[in-house]
Ligand binder design. Structure first.
Ligand code: GAL
Length: 350
């Protein structure tokens, strides 16, 4: 049902956008009214694409946004071009709201949105839907909750109820589970001092993000489900940031010393910071401490290979950005889109 309406809506949208001529192989001829919001010549159709990123100062989202831009380029042909504008929300919701308003005023043909705050999802979705612009939400999933406050999968009404709105992401439960499994699979299962429990430090991303919540929960759940005892020495918020990761790890190492057996970081940027703190504290990964991240940044994969990180989990920036762009192009072409698209995580160990 949704697909059917998505199709109708997208076709209706195309009638009013710069790229209308792209569907069905028709080209506008001289006397026809030019569709609004973009450039169309008799030979070339240019789609205007607005991409709003929560913050440029984020290693993973930098890979993601660069790949969005690069992949759109590869899809260009002699007759179809993508004019991609990418803006930095600077981790400020008011700034991002202005940016989305500007995209609407500029008549973008499609918007790809990495929300600063998912609590503002409804307001922004409504603006974009009212402007009849297809919307692809990425990376930060707006969530639906049942009456007990538990999350419900694939149930966000702003997505379900709008045919031209979708979410592209990865299920963060998987990444957390993989982190826990990497520790469980170690010869000592993370219990370096043999006291029968895994004593760990948790360094969390932005707690508003489900990625941070799920990674924190499921990394430990994988261990307890496998029958291991755990002891949380401290659990601190590092907001995805390398410097915060370093400070939190340094403080934990000075406070708990040898007791720290595993440092779980919700992402690799914070693990890079923790790695520096581990070295500064005279500790050695793989010998007297373990270190886990998520994202599989190039430098962290190298560290896993040379043993200075225990493991990470590939957060597939290429897979996610290509899916987001493919879905955006589908919407531009008047094809139906689904509500949700998922890309798998992959465990990275030596
Ligand atoms: C996560 C990623 C983090 C950070 C965050 C931003 O998926 O692992 O490194 O980029 O998204 O929301």
């Amino acid at each position: 049902m949704k697909k059917f309406f998505a199709s109708l809506l997208a076709v209706a949208m195309l009638a009013g956008c710069s790229s209308g001529s792209a569907s069905g192989g028709e080209k506008p001829s001289g006397g026809e009214a030019a569709p609004s919001g973009g450039e169309t010549s008799s030979d070339v159709t240019t789609y205007d694409v607005g991409v709003a990123i929560y913050q440029f100062n984020d290693n993973f989202m930098t890979l993601y946004r660069n790949e969005i831009e690069a992949y759109f380029k590869t899809l260009e042909t002699d007759s179809v071009k993508y004019n991609v504008t990418i803006v930095d929300g600077k981790n400020d919701m008011a700034e991002q709201t202005n940016q989305v308003n500007t995209f609407i005023t500029q008549g973008m043909d499609v918007i790809i949105l990495n929300l600063v705050q998912t609590s503002s999802a409804d307001a922004l979705i409504q603006k974009v839907v009212d402007a009849e612009i297809p919307l692809v939400l990425i990376n930060r999933e707006p969530l639906a909750y049942d009456k007990d406050g538990n999350t419900i999968d694939e149930a966000y009404e702003g997505i379900l109820n709008n045919a031209a709105v979708c979410y592209v992401g990865a299920d963060a439960r998987q990444s957390g589970t993989f982190q826990g499994e990497i520790v469980a699979e170690l010869p000592d299962h993370g219990d370096i001092n043999g006291d029968g429990k895994i004593s760990y430090v948790m360094i969390e991303g932005d707690p508003e993000n489900i990625d941070a919540q799920y990674r924190t929960e499921f990394s430990i759940k994988a261990l307890t489900d496998a029958g291991y005892e755990v002891d949380c020495l401290t659990d601190q918020v590092g907001n995805w940031d390398q410097t915060n990761g370093q400070t939190i790890a340094a403080n934990a190492l000075s406070q708990y010393g040898e007791d720290v057996e595993v440092i779980f970081c919700n992402n690799d940027a914070m693990a890079l910071g923790a790695a520096a703190a581990i070295t500064a504290a005279g500790r050695t990964v793989g010998e007297d401490i373990y270190l886990l991240g998520v994202d599989a940044l190039d430098e962290c994969v190298e560290m896993v290979n040379n043993g200075t990180m225990t493991g990470t989990v590939l957060n597939d920036a290429v897979g996610q950005s290509h899916t987001a762009v493919d879905v955006a192009v589908k919407a531009l072409n008047g094809e139906a889109i689904d509500n949700y698209y998922w890309v798998d995580y992959v465990k990275v160990t030596k």
